[in-house]
Design a binder for this molecule. Structure first.
Ligand SMILES: Nc1ncnc2c1ncn2[C@@H]1O[C@H](COP(=O)(O)OP(=O)(O)OP(=O)(O)O)[C@@H](O)[C@H]1O
Ligand SMILES: [Mg+2]
Length: 253
């Protein structure tokens, strides 16, 4: 069974069909990329699948279960986690606390128990801190564990977001432009990190404009243009597809 199945998903803003009858399947253990020119509907598609927006029509199934209409935190508990094209990091917290936010998503927390500082809660908080520090090391931020979030470089913040998403222990990780704004060295590090995440068994769905990164990483690529599916296939198939070439030449012309 596919891990994620999307069927005829559509959403419009005013008159604009941002996502128009899009269908695809993501196989477990794969790296699946969504590409397309600016405004093609990639982020909207992510927002629909991750519960930020509601679809006008169509269906999303996670492990065969219909998940339309579920809230982002409910989807997180089912194993779907994400990062954002525009960083969503709390700058008035430490880097470590930002990662801990991701872990809290998967726990049921009782404010009363926390207030009473029951030993079990105190022990669990210590455990969460340890896990968050481990995740920071995993994404290459071991030396920033005690740093305030606003002291981190942009490249480090992009990796911090991935650590926070991983703290929810996802089966399926959505990354919206993880390499945007990064220099070639940082992009290479992100490439390595995404491969490491995928090899650990987490299925990755990626939106990215950096074609070198996409072609290098992806098992399967979906191409969107004006909200519609333009093409789909392996990197080699997509690269030689005349419709894809025309859409990209048109976008850069
Ligand atoms: N919240 C919104 N309200 C109104 N229109 C929106 C909204 N979000 C997206 N759109 C429109 O939907 C279309 C698709 O936008 P979307 O952000 O999904 O594109 P994208 O493929 O992610 O582009 P980019 O590569 O620039 O990030 C665009 O026409 C955009 O203006
Ligand atoms: Mg986008």
């Amino acid at each position: 069974m596919a891990l994620l199945e999307v069927e005829n998903l559509s959403a419009a803003f005013g008159g604009v069909k941002a996502v128009d009858q899009v269908s695809f399947r993501v196989e477990p253990g794969s790296i699946f990329s969504v590409i397309g020119p600016n405004g093609a509907g990639k982020t909207t598609l992510f927002n629909l699948v991750t519960g930020i927006y509601h679809a006008d029509s169509g269906e999303v199934r996670l492990e065969g279960r219909r998940v339309n209409g579920l809230k982002p935190y409910e989807l997180a508990r089912l194993g779907l986690s994400r990062t954002f094209q525009n960083l969503q990091i709390c700058m008035n917290m430490t880097a470590l606390e930002n990662v801990m936010v991701g872990a809290h998503l998967r726990l049921d927390r009782s404010p009363l128990k926390a207030m009473l500082r029951l030993p079990a809660i105190v022990a669990r908080d210590r455990e969460l801190r340890r896990e968050a520090a481990e995740l920071m090391a995993y994404v290459g931020l071991a030396d920033q564990v005690s740093a305030e979030a606003d002291a981190l470089s942009y490249g480090a913040l992009k990796r911090l977001e991935i650590a926070r998403a991983l703290a929810a222990r996802p089966k399926l990780l959505f990354l919206d432009e993880p390499a945007a704004g990064l220099n070639p060295t940082e992009t290479g590090e992100i490439d390595g990190l995404i491969q490491k995440v995928a090899e650990s068994g987490v299925t990755v769905v990626l939106v990215e404009h950096d074609m070198k990164l996409v072609m290098n990483l992806s098992d399967h690529i979906l191409v969107l243009d004006y909200g519609r599916k333009l093409a789909e296939g392996t990197a080699a198939e997509v690269r030689r597809n005349p419709d894809v070439i025309a859409a990209y030449l048109g976008a850069s012309a």
